[in-house]
Design a binder for this molecule. Structure first.
Ligand code: TMP
Length: 224
């Protein structure tokens, strides 16, 4: 397989989902769980993960007087991704770490592709270029209806960003996009119903990841 993740000793897990899907909380809890089982874990996020990429994140999520073209948005995200992959993700995987990343390439397909309407084929090629072919071993997709997700998110008004404020219709397209990606890549992407309580979703995640680790080729060398 062409993916760099598949050639390195580490494990690369990504968490994806729309606004208010609870993936950030679950990322934190999953890392704690993996650490208690002896994995050396690195938790990171996109856009972000390096000093420069976090600065790009601020540009992307802040409101600006100047409108941002969908293409500009995609290019900024991809620039941040390259920086993140080269400086953080690939070195950690090479050291045998388990990298848990809050969003990655699937978000670009869902938000900039299905949501903004950019050409999916071009985005796929550019994602490949930005990541050097790095594909997660496992992706957990936290699926929740748009009204529930936005209600959760808008309840935390201080954390609303430029993308949160997009119309419900946009978020509907993003959700449909994630669902289409999960259907297409059903071996890699596992969908989790994120509508229940944090604890209930956490139990589901733990069960799924434990089972996945046991059925894939990740035995002792990846554990401390
Ligand atoms: P979040 O990580 O707190 O959910 O916020 C990140 C925002 O950035 C979210 O609205 C989705 C957006 N985003 C994209 O539009 N494309 C991408 O490729 C990534 C990684 C994030």
């Amino acid at each position: 397989m062409p993916s760099a993740a598949r050639q390195s000793p580490g494990i690369f897990i990504t968490l994806e989902g729309g606004e208010g899907s609870g993936k950030t909380t679950q990322a934190r809890r999953l890392c704690a769980c993996l650490a208690t089982h002896g994995f050396t874990v690195l938790r990171t996020r996109e856009p972000g993960g390096t000093l420069l990429a976090e600065r790009v994140r601020t540009i992307l999520l802040d409101q600006h007087k100047e409108t941002i073209a969908p293409e500009t948005e995609a290019l900024l995200i991809l620039a941040a991704r390259r920086q993140h992959v080269d400086h953080v993700i690939k070195p950690a995987l090479a050291q045998g770490k388990t990298v848990v990343c809050d969003r990655f390439s699937d978000s670009t397909m869902a938000y900039q592709g299905y949501g903004r309407g950019l050409d999916l084929r071009i985005l796929r090629t550019m994602n490949h270029w930005a990541t050097g072919g790095l594909v997660p071993h496992l992706t957990l997709l936290f699926d929740v209806s748009v009204p529930v997700g936005l209600r959760r998110r808008r309840g935390q008004s201080s954390t609303q960003n430029r993308l949160d404020r997009e119309a419900e219709q946009f978020h509907g397209k993003v959700r449909a996009g994630f669902q289409a990606l999960a259907k297409k890549e059903h071996r890699r992407i596992i969908t989790i119903d994120a509508s229940s309580s944090i604890e209930s979703v956490e139990r589901t995640v733990e069960g799924l990841v434990t089972n996945w680790l046991n059925t894939h080729r990740f035995p002792k060398p990846h554990r401390r």
